[in-house]
Design a protein around this ligand. Structure first.
Ligand code: ADP
Length: 459
């Protein structure tokens, strides 16, 4: 079956849908193809928080921030391994992207922010329900309104070229072959490779089958492989991020643990002691957890923090299932809660007393926690058992600030664009929490606009 469009987008996750909408707004006929039976990818199952300096909630809360500060945090958070030109684009367009999602795509944001590890100030906007369902739902509605076809169960397998130019994508259903031709370009937005164990191991042998993953099953690096076949360069493939607070049995990212980011919680080990700053970077916390007894951590908080953060309301299904499965315990006393997991209760109580002292004086003398220092009060108390799991692959296709995919000599491959987790060099060694949604929005829009304008021809 042959389809003819101006622009074809591979992947109906956040980056792909945003790119398609922007391409359409720039006058292109555009089609999206998605290999899974549902749209959304990792964006759908994420919390979808959005880091935006100088945003409207910051203004309301009187928090000072700037594009430069966000740029610096992002560079530093990735150990200065990112391409500063791309990070500059990210920082300069972050707020505009958030406003676009809010005002044009109709994404509802809550009237609060979260403090993600590695940022120097609270700047992360929270979509309704702290869930990617809000973002993907609204993006799909907008795509429908604009008449953009989204083909599901359509697996892109190969880029079609004419001479040096990418002119389309070959895709398969269980029974048919489809050629999606894109006169102006193809945008790869197929996400990272967190669910591809072989690919993970090839680039970082530590990331083997023993480590669980938060990713959906479709996230297998297909776009990277397809790009490489037409000469695309890749970068930073060895930088693979684990998320510290995941389900020890199935690897799912545990949003109940967001008490840590939205309020105050401490992370202790089986010995009842804190061992890392709870708002440090994901890689730092993950690594620290793997060194504790049993390779697990225990997040502790009280009823006041649960109420304040409304985590049990926002993530009700997950919260209740965790209690039922005994991965989360709720108990009237610290002793009882600790006993459930065999944690040293006496030591935990000492840890809590010390933390309360730090909260009172506004200074964490052990780990210098940068925010969320609130003393614990009475029970019930909660403990959540957690372990790190593969979350984000920082590496991928090399792009320029126009979203064009570059070859090994640094020249744009005609007709080929990319955006989102499939690209590299934006988050360096470690992506900061809530920077991915900023990334897919900013670079999704840029790639969509430039593909629509058939940028290669103009240049
Ligand atoms: P991003 O955050 O960069 O948008 P997501 O993980 O949200 O990434 O979305 C990537 C989407 O691409 C997922 O829905 C995934 O199923 C889809 N995808 C991955 N590989 C292919 C492929 N070969 N053909 C079509 N869609 C693909």
């Amino acid at each position: 079956v042959e389809h003819k469009d101006d622009v074809v987008v591979i992947g109906a996750g956040g980056a792909g849908l945003i790119a398609a909408i922007e391409a359409k707004l720039n006058g292109a006929n555009v089609t999206v193809i998605e290999k899974m039976a549902f749209p959304g990818g990792n964006t759908l199952i994420s919390g979808a928080e959005y880091a935006a300096p100088e945003n409207w909630v910051q203004k309301k809360e009187g928090l000072k921030d700037s594009k430069d500060q966000f740029f610096n945090d992002t560079m530093k958070g990735g150990d200065n391994e990112s391409n500063p030109n791309l990070v500059r684009v990210l920082a300069d367009n972050a707020l505009d992207g958030a406003v676009w999602l809010k005002d044009y795509v109709n994404v509802v944001f809550e009237d609060r922010q979260m403090f993600f590890g590695g940022h120097s100030v609270k700047r992360s906007l929270v979509p309704n329900g702290a869930s990617g369902v809000e973002v993907i739902g609204k993006l799909m509605a907008k795509a429908k309104e604009l008449g953009i076809p989204v083909y599901l169960e359509m697996n892109a397998v190969e880029l079609i070229t004419e001479g040096n130019r990418v002119v389309g994508v070959k895709a398969l259903t269980p029974t048919e072959t489809h050629n999606f031709m894109g006169k102006n370009g193809v945008i790869i937005a197929s996400g990272g490779f967190g669910s591809n164990i072989e690919m993970r191991k090839k680039h970082d042998p530590r990331m083997d089958e023993k480590i669980l993953s938060t990713n959906t099953t479709g996230i297998t690096g297909d776009g990277i492989v397809m790009g490489e076949k037409v000469g695309a360069a890749t970068t930073d493939m060895e930088f693979i991020q684990t998320y510290p607070v995941c389900d020890p049995e199935n690897g799912a990212l545990l949003y109940t643990g967001d008490v840590r980011l939205a309020g105050s919680a401490i992370l202790v080990n089986k010995e009842g002691k804190r061992f890392v700053e709870e708002l440090d970077r994901r890689d730092v916390i993950s690594f620290a957890i793997t060194k504790q007894t049993g390779g697990v951590g225990y997040l502790f908080w009280d009823q006041a923090q649960l109420d304040k953060t409304e985590v049990a309301v926002h993530h009700k299904g997950e919260y209740e299932a965790l209690l039922r499965r005994g991965i989360l315990v709720k108990a009237d006393t610290i002793d009882e809660a600790a006993k459930h997991f065999g944690i040293d209760a006496k030591e935990l109580k000492t840890t809590v007393e010390k933390y309360n002292e730090y909260a009172k004086n506004g200074k964490d003398l052990e780990f210098n926690k940068r925010g969320g220092l609130v003393a614990f009060t009475e029970g019930p108390y909660y403990i959540l058992k957690n372990t790190p799991a593969i979350h984000h692959t920082m590496g991928g296709l090399v792009i320029d600030s126009k979203g064009r995919v570059l070859d090994k000599n640094g020249n744009p491959i005609e007709g080929l664009f990319a955006a989102g987790e499939v690209t590299g060099d934006i988050h360096g060694k470690n992506r900061l929490g809530s920077n991915a949604i900023t990334d897919i929005t900013v670079f999704g829009k840029i790639s969509g606009e430039n593909a629509a304008k058939n940028l290669q021809k103009v240049n």
